[in-house]
Write a protein that binds this ligand. Structure first.
Ligand SMILES: [Zn+2]
Length: 403
């Protein structure tokens, strides 16, 4: 990669003011507020020749990503300047001259690759500003870089076939009908299978109001406990899957590193992981859909403070899962014209939901037992009632302000 070299400093200073365009961003937010972006993911069935093209596009994007990252790292380390997206995108024509293989990739895909890096850096600087833990953006290995995106054009969906510019026509397993206007098209590789993800702009579809509110306490033993006492267990695949993971791990350990048997064992291991990931995703989709259908107001804990308030014990792994679940809840609620309220989880598991007395207990104490008012309740159920009460008070407050 020769593209990203020289003339860095001058250009970075020149185009520095392009970085933020507040008016444009404001307009964009206004437009986005009306419509909702929904994702549709379908399996692709490419021919061998097309698979090779997809693979080569993905590889070129990854190389570009890593080269652009290298340029940003060097500029930051050597000259203490940060290079923005525009400086890097302006180099694309030159890169195509020196590396003709890049002419085989639609230019919007290449621009999008640089955008991704830009977003990664913005997040990194954001986290650092907030003094949160922030690792410098890393180079992507083949396994970690698994998708590229047509952000505007270069793709067409005709019947059950998608036509990709400079790649070709691929059969799509359309498992459901797309409703709305397709905005972007992402091609993703999951181990040895290819998928297409369409981001579609759709109008919100309000669900009937039920007049009911609920508080959710996310937990370790149960996935979530409702303020009405309902418990949703963690998805059941876990134990059987863990067993399969152990078997796969042992197989890898037995085989000689670098041999074809070893590679096969690694692929099998990754496939099991992917399957669990998909199953967990399905589980979260089902639960979140049902909750949004049943309740108008959904009160959850604010995740950023959750870890701090509860101690780290075994929570870290779950925090990611909770975050993904909350994301699903929020966008589904938004689309259905329902509300999600995040409350500060401090003391929700300590305070008595009946009288407010603070009953201190560590994580091993599973039952809330209030000596003041005599309430005896499952610990998570008590917490969920507190979360609901907090959410309702926040909701009442915002309504008064609106009036
Ligand atoms: Zn009490």
């Amino acid at each position: 990669m020769k593209g990203f070299c020289g003339k860095i400093k001058g250009e970075a200073q020149k185009s520095g003011k392009l970085l933020y365009a507040p008016n444009r961003i404001k307009k964009l937010i206004l437009i986005m507020a009306k419509a909702i972006i929904k994702s549709y993911k379908f399996r692709l069935q490419p021919s061998k020749a097309i698979s090779a093209k997809l693979e080569s596009t993905l590889n070129l994007c990854r190389e570009l990503y890593n080269a652009a990252l290298q340029e940003r790292r060097d500029a930051y380390r050597l000259n203490h300047i940060s290079i923005n997206y525009y400086v890097q995108a302006n180099q694309l024509p030159e890169i195509k001259q020196t590396n003709p293989e890049y002419k085989t990739v639609h230019s919007q895909i290449l621009q999008n690759t640089l955008r991704r890096l830009d977003i990664t850096f913005k997040k990194f600087f954001d986290r650092r500003k907030r003094k949160a833990q922030a690792g410098f953006p890393r180079f992507k290995a083949q396994k970690q870089y698994n998708s590229f995106c047509f952000p505007q054009s270069g793709f067409k969906l005709l019947g059950n076939k998608v036509d990709l510019l400079k790649i070709g026509t691929i059969k799509v397993k359309l498992s459901r009908q797309i409703v709305g206007k397709i905005k972007t098209c992402t091609i993703k590789k999951e181990i040895d299978k290819w998928f297409v993800i369409f981001d579609v702009e759709a109008l919100p579809k309000p669900l009937p109001q039920t007049g009911k509110s609920i508080g959710l306490d996310m937990g370790i033993s149960a996935f979530t406990t409702f303020s009405d006492g309902t418990r949703i267990d963690n998805f059941q695949f876990r134990e059987s899957a863990q067993k399969r993971i152990r078997v796969a791990q042992r197989r890898i350990a037995r085989r000689k590193k670098g041999s074809s048997g070893y590679r096969k064992a690694v692929t099998l291991f990754r496939k099991i992981h992917q399957k669990i990931k998909n199953q967990r995703n399905d589980f979260q989709h089902k639960v979140s859909t049902q909750i949004v259908k049943d309740y108008d107001l959904i009160c959850i804990e604010k995740l950023s403070v959750l870890a701090l308030s509860r101690g780290m014990l075994g929570k870290q792994i779950n925090d990611v899962a909770f975050g993904n679940f909350f994301t699903k809840l929020k966008y589904k609620a938004e689309s259905a014209n329902k509300s999600v309220i995040e409350v500060n989880p401090a003391y929700t598991s300590q305070d008595c939901s009946a009288c407010g007395e603070r009953v201190k207990k560590d994580l091993s104490v599973r039952v809330h037992n209030c000596l003041k008012c005599g309430l005896v309740l499952d610990r998570d159920h008590n917490a969920a009632i507190n979360i609901l009460a907090l959410g309702l008070s926040v909701s009442a407050l915002t309504q008064t302000i609106r009036l």
